[in-house]
Design a protein around this ligand. Structure first.
Ligand SMILES: [Zn+2]
Length: 593
């Protein structure tokens, strides 16, 4: 990884994948934990494994089973190692050997929010069940499984102080933030955290077909133990979207239903309570499922409900993992083909949609198993408060909106030109995501489209370490430039095209521009001294009657402007040869010829 400070992690991953030394295995007696009931594969209790306990259990499984390996893939911001546990019986532990064996890959990330540790325990149960149960072993015939035991290691270690007051257990757990107080599930584009570099590197290397991440849901109370969040269907390439919506999701519901575990889609309410209608979540590229969708991967988030007892939540998370594996194992060819078709389409298609908004014209209905809600006086504020009555049930049909449409369509250029000056921050991030960047060896004249930022809004307080820009507007003009030796060219026509456009188009909502990587272009550096510029401006207006006319028109229509001497002088400057060329000029160019 040239330029990446985490190349050690990268090499280590490859070294570990490559280093399949024969090991001496022995059957080590004893249970991994008294918490597991091996006969039924259920979790009991109200405590979650510490990071150290989780790693020790995976180390034990690694020693006991030839079909499993625990590897270090890089580091947390605090320096702790981040692990992945691979279950790949008979097909080796490299992406090539796994693919050569005809297997697809399921990736499971736990502890991205360690205050929501259900998946940490569910995955320990899953690993043990897949390796030790004759019946469940069959679920990995066509699939290799990669489990990140705990992704936010530092957050998982912060167990001394209580957090998440609304959540029903476990008795002690970690916190949401990582060591730099970042929410790792907002970090997939900007990659501020070392954790994200580690994960992006590993995802690029293994290129899983399905990305599964474990969470606990806040929000309205209801009878569902699990809320299922999947990649927004309209954003996904059609072949993959069809597999997900027509095959995968229905089978996940069937499985959970058979296990007696109520599951509903992950939702936001239109008004305060579900009765008024529900809306599906939109996962822009900053989120894990949004980021993975750019690489034509199906994303699944298990969102167990915070008010259900811990053991119930862990078991529901475990069952949703099994259900996902069951679908992947039942339709390995269809999943593989859908994904190959999606990747080919991403490389070939000439237009992508961006900045998706809810399509309120498409309203479905959803059978809802809730609790009746009412208002009563708060004992804290004395004001009315919402209360769900969980002693009664409410079975109704509610409006359900899960369709989104792109509010911005963009044609692919032939390539992007990235000047060397901007490479330091951007090139490593794009390389981690698998983008091929080529350095220009000789100065080259290119026909390009240059964007000029005309308008944007900025958050008033920092969001995830950045003053995020939104509603970015830009004009675009075609010109010729000389690209210099050392600059970078990113050619289109690859399976990473969609990621490249999402991060490099300045008006895409999660672009590098939106996250502030180009903020220095938003400040004008050269100004004028009004009294001395007066005579120059007067001379310019004499020479350019059209500009004189424009100034008069503006004065006539804008009284504030007409009474502002400085604004008028600046108007002349901005329409002159003295105008600062790089102010608001977006440095990434769309190469069109
Ligand atoms: Zn979460």
């Amino acid at each position: 990884m040239p330029g990446s400070p985490f190349c050690d992690g990268h090499s280590l991953l490859l070294a570990n994948f490559a280093g399949m030394h024969a090991r001496v295995f022995g059957i080590l007696g004893g249970l991994l934990s008294t918490l597991w009931s091996q006969a039924q594969w259920t979790f009991k209790g109200d405590s979650t494994a510490t990071w150290e306990q989780a790693i020790a259990r995976y180390q034990k499984l690694d020693r006991m089973h030839t079909g499993a390996r625990l590897l270090e893939i890089g580091n947390d911001d605090d320096g702790s190692p981040i692990h992945v546990f691979l279950i790949s019986d008979g097909s080796g532990f490299t992406p090539d050997s796994i693919r050569a064996a005809g297997k697809n890959i399921l990736w499971i990330t736990n502890g991205i929010h360690p205050g929501e540790p259900d998946g940490v325990d569910a995955s320990l149960l899953l690993a043990q069940a897949l390796l030790e149960s004759d019946q469940l072993m069959g679920l990995v015939v066509h699939t290799a499984v990669c489990i990140v035991p705990v992704y936010n290691v530092w957050g998982a270690k912060q167990r001394e102080h209580p957090s998440r007051p609304d959540q029903q257990g476990p008795s002690e757990h970690g916190i949401r933030a990582n060591a730099r107080n970042l929410d790792l599930n907002r970090d997939f584009v900007k990659m501020d955290a070392r954790n994200t570099w580690t994960l992006a590197d590993a995802l690029r290397t293994m290129d899983p077909d399905v990305y599964f991440e474990t969470h606990v849901s806040d929000g309205a109370d209801h009878r569902y133990v699990m809320e299922l969040l999947t990649t927004q269907k309209d954003k996904l390439s059609p072949s993959l979207s069809a597999f997900m919506t027509a095959t995968m999701i229905p089978e996940l519901y069937t499985w959970m239903d058979r296990k007696g575990m109520l599951m509903c889609p992950y939702f936001e309410t239109v008004q305060e309570v579900p009765d008024s209608g529900l809306v599906a979540f939109y996962d822009s590229p900053r989120y894990s499922t949004g980021y993975n969708a750019l690489f034509d991967r199906i994303g699944i988030l298990s969102e167990s409900h915070m008010l259900k007892p811990y053991a119930q939540r862990v078991n529901a998370t475990f069952q949703l993992m099994l259900a996902t594996l069951a679908v992947m194992n039942k339709y390995p060819g269809q999943l593989h083909e859908a994904r190959e078709e999606a990747k080919a389409r991403t490389a070939a298609v000439d237009t992508f949609g961006f900045n998706w908004t809810l399509d309120t014209t498409r309203v479905d209905s959803l059978e809802w198993k809730g609790y009746p809600a009412g208002q009563e006086a708060s004992r804290v504020t004395g004001l009315p408060r919402l209360e769900y009555d969980s002693r009664k049930t409410l079975d109704i049909t509610v409006p359900w909106m899960e369709s989104y449409r792109a509010s911005l369509m963009k044609r692919k250029p032939k390539a992007y030109h990235l000047p060397a000056a901007w490479a330091r921050d951007l090139v490593p991030r794009m390389e981690l995501s698998g983008v091929q960047l080529v350095r220009i060896t000789n100065d080259t004249v290119l026909t390009v489209e240059v964007s000029t930022i005309t308008d944007f809004n900025t958050s008033h307080s920092p969001f995830e370490g950045h003053y995020l820009h939104s509603d970015v507007r830009a004009t675009r003009e075609r010109t010729k430039i000389t690209a210099h030796q050392g600059d970078f060219i990113i050619s289109m026509g690859a399976a990473t095209d969609r990621y490249v456009m999402e991060v490099l188009e300045c008006d895409a909502e999660d672009s590098f521009f939106a996250w502030g990587f180009f903020d220095s272009i938003l400040q004008q550096k050269e100004w004028f001294t009004p009294y001395s510029f007066e005579d120059i401006a007067a001379f310019m207006l004499e020479q350019e009657p059209d500009l004189q006319k424009q100034l008069e028109v503006r004065r006539a229509g804008d009284p504030a402007f007409a009474s502002d001497r400085w604004a008028q002088l600046n108007f002349v400057l901005q329409h002159s040869a003295y105008r600062e060329r790089n102010y608001r000029r977006y440095p990434v160019l769309r190469v069109v010829e």
